[in-house]
Design a binder for this molecule. Sequence first.
Ligand code: UDP
Ligand code: MG
Length: 311
Amino acid sequence: MSELTVIVPCKNEEEAIPLFYDELIRNTAFLEKRNVALKVLFIDDGSTDGTVSVVRSLNEKDPRVHLISFSRNFGKEAAMYAGLKAADSDYAVIMDADLQDPPSLLEEMFGYLDEGYDSVATRRVTRKGEPPIRSFFARRFYRLMKKLSDAQIMDGARDYRLMTRQFIDAVLAMTEYNRFTKGIFGWVGYKTKWIDFENVDRAAGKTKWSFWGLVVYSLEGITAFSTKPLVLSSLIGVIMCFVAFVMILFIIVRWLLFGDPVDGWPSLMTVIVFIGGLQFFCTGILGQYIAKAYLEVKKRPLYLRDEKNCF
Ligand code: UDP
Ligand code: MG
């Protein structure tokens, strides 16, 4: 008999977890026919509400429910890694606790594993219910990412993905500190089937993402999976040198023709400020990568477990 681990990162999801559990159980009856055992692994990512006790009471009713609790909030990326690491099963699937990743797709997803796929991924094709400005920037981000990075990242891709053991091990082999799982999934390759679905609103609770949180996350994604911004900053440097060269020629010619009247202070200032700004911009890009490398070499753990709340 094989086993499926359902990994559910949770931060303050006490309202959503019972709804999620019921819906999951309703939609996993098909596993029995396939001779696959179910294990539900909640990851408590530093929740400050009753998440731990809600999962504990589920565990009392149903021993297939497990929990890994973190010592503080480490973020969803760390939670997903912890879940995959703890999964010793043949298959694993990552799902949000808020039912935005519909468990009703699971049966179809499993079907594709029979066809030889190593992972079955999902993407939402609509973003209804989401603030339009957020959708707009999300679209821009995916388009930019496609240009910048070698790792394939689908527009609207969710972290909701069913994986075989081979795929899980590949993801676990990437132990980087600055994790951008959407990129990692694409980077590891293997045969992946994409399933589309309509966006679903959160079942309960509130989203953990602020607009700025998403902006920072997208920059994370870019620096983690592309070094093209560094190329851009070198390119700007080269172009500026060329412009400066043309300006020098212009000044020499003008001096030869008209002498050297002392004026042009305002234009000089604008040029200095402009180039100063570009220098800061490019140093900033460089700084981003150095900061990432700095955190990477420290080899800090991705998360810390609070053992008394793990079962
Ligand atoms: N989450 C988490 N740690 C965090 C933030 C979120 O484990 O620091 C979980 C959250 O509980 C949920 C999933 O990640 O199960 C997705 O979060 P959310 O629904 O807030 O994101 P959205 O669907 O709005 O993108
Ligand atoms: Mg959500």
